[in-house]
Design a binder for this molecule. Structure first.
Ligand code: PLP
Length: 390
């Protein structure tokens, strides 16, 4: 009990006494005190509730701008965004896609849904994201170039993309990871589902890959209820992704023609309306998140064996979910039990994907020591922006 009890005492004191939180405290709750109801009501009044409408266009502009990109394509959720990005880049059956073993299952599911197969790589405890050195070592050991393309020697399959994830809003070490991808000519699709508003060396996460996928699920910093977005600087790719998301229908006033098989991935205007109102509050939401992280650092300072995960010197994180690192798995589990029993929702990191029933047969680059180190120690703390917004 040497770590869990003092940690819980500090946490409870902060949340219950200082922030006056009674009852159950969720991990993350959305906040709707802007123009959400007004915009949604406007959609209903206008009857423009479905997959075209002014709010969809506006949300695409707002999110693209906040992500440092020229174009946005709104879609039904973050999983669809990732799947559509891969499909749009002609990644599919026969291909391997590198992604971290330490991510939400949606990353791997999207690769699978595009017809490709994930190959799980290790994460760096200093960033929670892809470990560039381990990635480089894996590629030198197990890949070779054939006709300019990297081929996984053992399976004979092309390594068609890399999907790094900015875990809990913390940017991966983009320079280092991108350098490895560039050396091997591997396109990067950013999984920026959790990192709206985060920056790497001053530049927005989501603006570094060929294309990036965001999520507006109800637990994210900005929500549309359910929803997602693709952002890119590539005009041709943006046009193609939008086309594919809209059943590949050839624009015409009344004729139905479709120039290839496509998807129905569009985000309804009703959801986009909610998102536009949320985006208007983005600066305040981000400021609240960063205030909360700063207070957690002060409150938890000096608890023996415990460390709040902080952004690196080159990062400005949105601190979507705050995370503490405990000494070992036993301490982690004691703290999870005790905090949840006291009505404070805390959560471990995801189980490593190759350790889940869905992905036991999947290919794995190495022993995943970094990712396992993180999983054994990390716990997410309540992180709702409302905690710091009165
Ligand atoms: C890292 C990551 N990738 C992808 C997704 C998928 O997003 P969605 O739930 O909107 O499909 C999520 C979130 O849910 C996520 O956290």
């Amino acid at each position: 009990m040497t770590t869990a009890a003092p940690l819980l005492a500090r946490l409870e004191g902060f949340l219950r006494d200082e922030l006056r939180q009674d009852g159950a405290i969720p991990l993350h709750a959305p906040r709707f005190d802007g123009r959400e109801a007004e915009y949604v009501q406007e959609c209903i009044a206008s009857t423009w509730v479905s997959s075209v409408g002014a709010y969809v266009d506006r949300l695409e502009r707002l999110v693209a701008a906040a992500s440092g990109c020229r174009f946005g394509v709104a879609v039904a959720n973050g999983t669809a965004a990732l799947r559509l990005a891969l499909y749009g880049l002609a990644i599919g059956p026969g291909d391997l896609v590198l992604c971290p073993a330490l991510t939400f299952v949606a990353t791997a599911n999207a690769i699978w849904a595009a017809g490709a197969r994930p190959l799980f790589i290790d994460s760096d405890p200093a960033t929670l994201g892809v470990d560039a050195a381990k990635l480089a070592a894996f590629l030198s050991r197990e890949a070779e170039r054939q006709g300019g393309r990297p081929i996984h020697r053992a399976s004979g399959r092309p390594i068609a993309a890399l999907v790094p994830v900015h875990v809990f809003g913390h940017p991966v070490d983009i320079d280092a990871v991108w350098a490895v991808a560039a050396e091997w000519g591997i396109p990067v699709v950013e999984d920026a589902a959790e990192s709206l508003g985060s920056r790497y060396r001053g530049r927005e996460c989501g603006s570094f890959g060929r294309v990036a996928a965001l999520s507006f699920n109800g637990n994210k910093l900005v929500t549309t209820g359910g929803g997602g977005m693709l952002v890119t600087d590539d005009e041709e790719l943006a046009r193609r992704l939008k086309h594919l998301s809209t059943t590949a229908r050839v624009p015409h006033r009344w004729e139905f023609d479709h120039d290839e098989p496509g998807f129905n991935d569009r985000l309804p205007n009703l959801n986009a309306a909610l998102g536009c109102a949320q985006m208007e509050r983005l600066p305040e939401l981000l400021a609240a998140k960063r205030r909360l992280a700063a207070r957690y650092a002060e409150v938890l300072d000096g608890v023996a064996g415990v460390r709040l995960f902080r952004e690196r010197e080159w990062a400005t994180s949105n601190y979507w979910l705050n995370a503490v690192l405990l000494p070992d798995r036993a301490a982690r589990d004691r703290f999870l039990d005790a905090s949840n029993a006291r009505g404070i929702q805390t959560r471990p990191c995801w189980r490593l994907l190759p350790d889940t029933g869905a992905w036991t047969e999947a290919m794995v680059a190495d022993g995943l020591e970094g990712a396992r180190w993180i999983v054994d120690r990390l716990v997410n703390l309540p992180s709702s922006p409302s905690l710091m917004m009165g």
